[in-house]
Ligand binder design. Structure first.
Ligand SMILES: [Zn+2]
Length: 246
């Protein structure tokens, strides 16, 4: 448990801070990385949950050469932050993935694994301390790379057929209130979106299983109703997100 040189014992900045200090970060290098392609900009931030029974199990796996997976950061439930891979390197967290016409998103993204057992092992709310650390870390990353709000997404957004993380308990709304990602307010006057597949595509989703893609959208932007159905509330929300991304 070695703090970085820049570590401070001060509590994490509040969620409202506009220029928060980067949270104390512990380096715990993983061998699972390679070079980013030369021309790839870093313009995406992809958030995950670990989906394992403990933080230690996740850290072990993300540093196991045989597993061939990693992330740039891991944030524990108590707000502790580990750096496994330097941001200028390519970490291996997204797998087969698509967003806004791009694929192999590891090339262009920073990945954060957020400790939570996930849907398989007992999905539970993300504690406030953990979310505050995630928020500060995201703000620091956004200060280093030109990542637009519409490119701050979950693993399920970029791999809807395979992934559910970070899931419907994740506080995207709170993050957006602090300047991380996109969360449109109520925009009832916009009405329903007509072309649901077209709206999903315009937001950034790849063409895939329609219900899985709708569930991914709902996990992110309509977390109280993850149904996979394009009901009126979902169509209105699609319209609101689309308008906010314009
Ligand atoms: Zn993931």
């Amino acid at each position: 448990m070695i703090a970085s040189a820049a570590a401070s014992t001060a509590p994490a900045a509040t969620l409202q801070a506009s220029t928060p200090a980067e949270p104390p970060i512990r380096d715990l290098p993983s061998p699972n990385w390679d070079a980013r392609p030369d021309a790839a900009p870093v313009d995406m931030l992809i958030l995950h949950y670990t989906g394992m029974q403990s933080a230690q199990a996740a850290l072990d796996r993300l540093r196991d050469p045989a597993a061939r997976v990693s992330s740039h950061y891991v944030v524990d439930e108590d707000g502790a932050v580990w750096r496994l891979v330097a941001e200028q390197r390519r970490a291996w967290h997204a797998g087969v993935s698509h967003w806004r016409g791009h694929a192999t998103l590891n090339d262009r993204s920073v990945g954060i694994e957020i400790v939570n057992p996930g849907h398989e092992w007992g999905y539970r709310p993300f504690p406030a301390l953990q979310m505050a650390a995630v928020c500060d870390l995201c703000l620091a990353i956004l200060g280093r790379h030109p990542i637009p709000a519409r490119n701050v997404v979950g693993h399920s957004d970029v791999a809807p057929d395979r992934k559910q993380d970070p899931g419907e308990l994740f506080d995207w709304s709170g993050l957006a209130a602090s300047g991380v990602g996109l969360w449109p307010g109520p925009t009832a006057e916009l009405g329903l979106v007509g072309d649901v597949p077209g709206a999903l595509r315009a937001i950034g989703y790849d063409d895939g299983d329609p219900a899985a893609t709708l569930r991914a959208f709902q996990r992110h932007w309509l977390p109280d109703a993850v149904t996979g159905h394009a009901d009126a509330a979902t169509q209105a929300r699609l319209h609101a997100v689309l308008a906010a991304m314009a």
